[in-house]
Design a protein around this ligand. Structure first.
Ligand SMILES: C[S@@+](CC[C@H](N)C(=O)[O-])C[C@H]1O[C@@H](n2cnc3c(N)ncnc32)[C@H](O)[C@@H]1O
Length: 315
C-alpha cells in the first residue's frame, strides 16, 4: 500500500461532461423550435467550438461525443446531411453521394429537417467543396486554352460522381478534352457513367484502386480532389510519385487537401465523425519534395474560402 500522500497524487481521469450537456441543450432547443435559422448559426458554431476544445484538452472523450452524436442524430435528424455523413453508407463520411449532395445543395423535404441541411450547406467546408469544382474548371480552361492543336488529356483520380467533368463538358463542348476517371467504388463509377453518358466518347472510366493501378497513357493534367486528405503522409507521397510518373513533361499534377484552417472542423468531426488529414501549405510542399518534385516546380494555392488547398507540381 503506497503512503497516503502518494495515493492522493494519483491522477484521476477527469470527465467533465459540461460542454456536452451545453451542446445537448442547444441542439434540443433548436430541434424543438424546428431547426436552426441563420441567426442561430454562430451560437451553434460557438457551442461546437467549446465541445471541440474540451475534446482537444482531453477533458471529455471523443468516443463519448460520438456516441451522443449518433444518438441525437438517429432520434431526431434521420435523413439529414449530418445523418448521411454519420451513417457512412460506403464506409466513410465523404462518399460520392454526399459529395454529389453538396454540389447540388440537396436538402430534406420536411421543413424541420431542411433547416439542418441549410445549416450544413452554409458552412465553410461544403462551400470549399463547391469551390473546388470551380477551381478544377478554371484549370481545364487554362490548360485547354494552351493546347491549340492536339486534344488535352486529363486524369481524374478518385473521380467520385464526376459531376465536375459533366458540367465542364456541357459548358465547353467545343474544347477537345479527354478524361480518364478512376474510382474504387463501383456505385460511384455507375453514377458517374450515367452523368457523363451524353459524351461517353470523351470520358473513360476505370473501376480501380488508385494505389494499385493508374492508366498510364500520359496526361497534360492530373487532378485529384477529396482523396489525399484521407491519406497518411506515407501513402500521400507514394501516390503523388505515381501521379507525377503519368504526367507528361510540361504538364501539371494538382492535388487538393483541406487546410488546417477549417472553421467547420469541429462540426465535421464531432457531429459527422468526418475526420480528415488537414495540412498546411508548408506540409504539402514538404510532401511534394519527398515525392521528388523540384522546389521551383511546386506551388500551393487555395479556393476563396481558404479551406481547400491545392498543391501544384509542374513537370
Ligand atoms: C470525397 S470523394 C471525391 C470525389 C471527387 N473527386 C470530387 O471532388 O467530386 C472521394 C472519392 O474517392 C474514392 N476513393 C477513395 N479511395 C480510393 C482509392 N484508393 N482508389 C480510387 N478511388 C478512391 C471514393 O470512392 C470516392 O468516390
Amino acid at each position: 500500500m503506497p503512503p497516503l500522500a502518494q495515493q492522493e497524487r494519483t491522477p484521476v481521469r477527469k470527465n467533465d461532461f459540461a460542454p456536452l450537456i451545453e451542446c445537448d441543450a442547444v441542439l434540443r432547443d433548436l430541434i424543438a423550435s424546428g431547426g436552426p435559422v441563420p441567426s442561430d448559426y454562430a451560437h451553434v458554431n460557438r457551442t461546437l467550438r467549446h465541445l471541440g476544445d474540451a475534446v482537444r484538452a482531453k477533458v471529455i472523450a471523443r468516443e463519448d461525443v460520438l456516441a451522443y452524436a449518433h444518438d441525437v442524430t438517429n432520434r431526431y435528424l434521420a435523413g439529414t446531411m449530418q445523418a448521411r455523413a454519420l451513417g457512412k453508407k460506403y464506409g466513410y463520411s465523404g462518399d460520392f453521394e454526399i459529395i454529389e449532395a453538396i454540389y447540388t445543395l440537396q436538402t430534406a423535404q420536411e421543413p424541420h429537417l431542411r433547416r439542418w441541411d441549410l445549416y450544413f450547406h452554409s458552412q465553410a467546408a461544403p462551400n470549399a467543396v463547391r469551390n473546388r469544382k470551380a477551381y478544377f474548371h478554371q484549370l481545364l480552361h487554362s490548360h485547354s486554352a494552351e493546347r491549340t492543336k492536339a486534344p488535352l488529356s486529363v486524369l481524374n483520380v478518385a473521380s467520385g460522381p464526376a459531376r465536375d467533368v459533366r458540367e465542364w463538358v456541357l459548358d465547353n463542348p467545343e474544347r477537345e478534352v479527354f478524361f480518364d476517371c478512376v474510382d474504387a467504388e463501383i456505385h460511384a463509377i455507375e453514377r458517374a457513367k450515367k452523368l457523363c453518358e451524353p459524351f461517353s466518347k470523351r470520358v473513360e472510366f476505370y473501376h480501380r484502386n488508385v494505389l494499385r493501378f493508374l492508366p498510364a497513357k500520359g496526361y497534360e493534367l492530373v487532378w485529384s480532389a477529396g482523396l489525399f486528405d484521407y491519406l497518411t503522409d506515407r501513402t500521400f507521397v507514394f501516390l503523388l510519385k505515381a501521379l507525377m510518373a503519368v504526367t507528361k513533361r510540361g504538364g501539371e499534377v494538382v492535388v487538393g487537401n483541406f487546410s488546417t484552417y477549417n472553421p467547420s472542423r469541429d462540426y465535421m468531426e464531432l457531429l459527422g465523425d468526418w475526420v480528415l488529414q488537414h495540412r498546411t501549405q508548408d506540409h504539402l510542399r514538404d510532401l511534394a519534395l519527398q515525392a521528388g518534385a523540384l522546389a521551383d516546380s511546386i506551388e500551393v494555392n487555395w479556393e476563396p474560402e481558404g479551406v481547400n488547398l491545392f498543391l501544384h507540381i509542374r513537370r
